[in-house]
Design a protein around this ligand. Structure first.
Ligand code: PEP
Ligand code: MN
Length: 363
């Protein structure tokens, strides 16, 4: 079933200055005090950040952690709007949060990863947002389920919310990784391909979980052509009441953003366009040839499978495969291919052949 969203592109929201990409939402993990909210906002505004984030209600893993200042913090965000002319946004996780945000004139809301995973809550939020003109950013669900992410967008869209964007913040994993959340960029890229009008932000703060990963993760998002970043920034991260290790002071955020290389999406340069077109066509032809070669290989593999069945021979002959693979790795090097690449590709091909021969044996 073809999925469709009726979206107003971010360029028409009037929120961001798109002349110097990426578009950025920045601010502390949590609003903690009026002074912290104002100081951080002022320092961010000083270098051209226009959209300010601060969590008012915080979804914490363990009870007893700081759970946000609640509705009184919305007044501080109103001060940010009035005194600094910034747009302000916060996380909503239920209808009550939405009503409070509407009451205080909050400009935009985001749905957090834990909430996107829950269709009941997303529906409740969508219903509460009906008839407002508020843009909504939807973070990916904690589990790598693209359908659930799209479902949340559909629920909002059906409630008439057309100013929609998404935030890729990585996924919970039990694998041992250096990051707080597993990036799985391909899921966000797939979403972007399905809905080209959707503004895609990366949240390197929650993805990385530590200051040192913010730059490389942000650069990766730029290389993939993402439109924006949502980054946590705090005037004094050492004293932050939540996510202290991943927040940058505003001046450090400024340097980090300046260090990014933002690739252009297109160019009017005729020579470039013609060349890239030719090169892409060439790749398409090679890909097609690869498929043909893989198909022929599989046919032969099936023949071998039938032959083995007739002669009652075991399918896997590990020594033969190991020595073949070593030979291939050696040859691959002379074609400019790394050992890891050759190993991954040929193991995948071999696994598929074995599976196919197993099927034949079971017939
Ligand atoms: C946040 O943005 O502060 C937050 C709680 O993020 P996430 O939903 O990505 O965990
Ligand atoms: Mn946070």
């Amino acid at each position: 079933m073809e999925r469709k969203l009726d979206i107003i592109p971010v360029s028409e929201w009037g929120f961001f200055d798109e002349s110097i990409p990426p578009i950025v939402v920045a601010g502390p993990c949590s609003a903690e005090s009026e002074l912290q909210v104002m100081t951080t906002a002022r320092e961010l505004s000083d270098f051209g950040i226009h959209v300010y984030r601060a969590g008012i209600w915080k979804p914490r893993t363990h009870p007893g952690s700081f759970e946000g200042v609640g509705a009184p913090g919305l007044k501080w965000l109103q001060r940010v709007q009035k005194e600094l002319g910034m747009k302000v946004c916060t996380e909503v996780a239920n209808e009550k949060h939405v009503y409070e945000c509407v009451k205080y004139g909050i400009d935009m809301v985001w749905i957090g990863a834990r909430t996107t995973s829950n269709p009941f809550l997303v529906q409740e939020i969508a219903d509460a947002l009906r008839d407002t003109d508020m843009p909504v950013l939807v973070k990916n669900p904690v589990n790598p389920d693209l359908g659930l992410w799209i479902g949340a967008l559909e629920r909002l869209n059906r409630a008439g919310i057309r100013k929609l964007g998404v935030v890729h913040r990585g996924f919970t994993t039990s694998q041992k990784i250096p990051y707080r959340n597993l990036p799985l960029w391909q899921i966000a890229v797939e979403l972007r391909t399905l809905f080209p009008d959707l503004a895609v932000f990366a949240d390197p703060s929650h993805m990385g979980g530590s200051k040192e990963y913010l730059q490389p993760l942000s650069q990766r998002a730029m290389d993939l052509g993402f439109e924006g970043l949502m980054v946590e920034s705090h005037c004094d991260p050492t004293c932050a009441l939540s996510d202290a290790s991943q927040q940058l002071v505003p001046t450090a955020l400024k340097s980090m953003l300046e260090s990014l290389t933002v690739r252009r999406k297109s160019t009017s340069d005729k020579e470039y366009n013609e060349n890239i077109e030719q090169l892409r066509t060439h790749i398409d032809v090679i890909d097609e040839n690869l498929l043909i070669a893989l198909g022929s290989r599989m046919d032969i593999s099936r023949k071998i499978g039938r032959f083995k069945r007739e002669h009652n021979i075991a399918i896997i002959q590990p020594q033969r495969w190991d020595s073949l693979l070593e030979g291939m790795i050696e040859k691959g090097r002379s074609y400019g291919l790394t050992e890891e690449f050759v190993r991954t590709v040929f193991n995948a091909i071999h696994d598929a052949s074995v599976a196919e021969q197993n099927k034949i044996l079971e017939q």
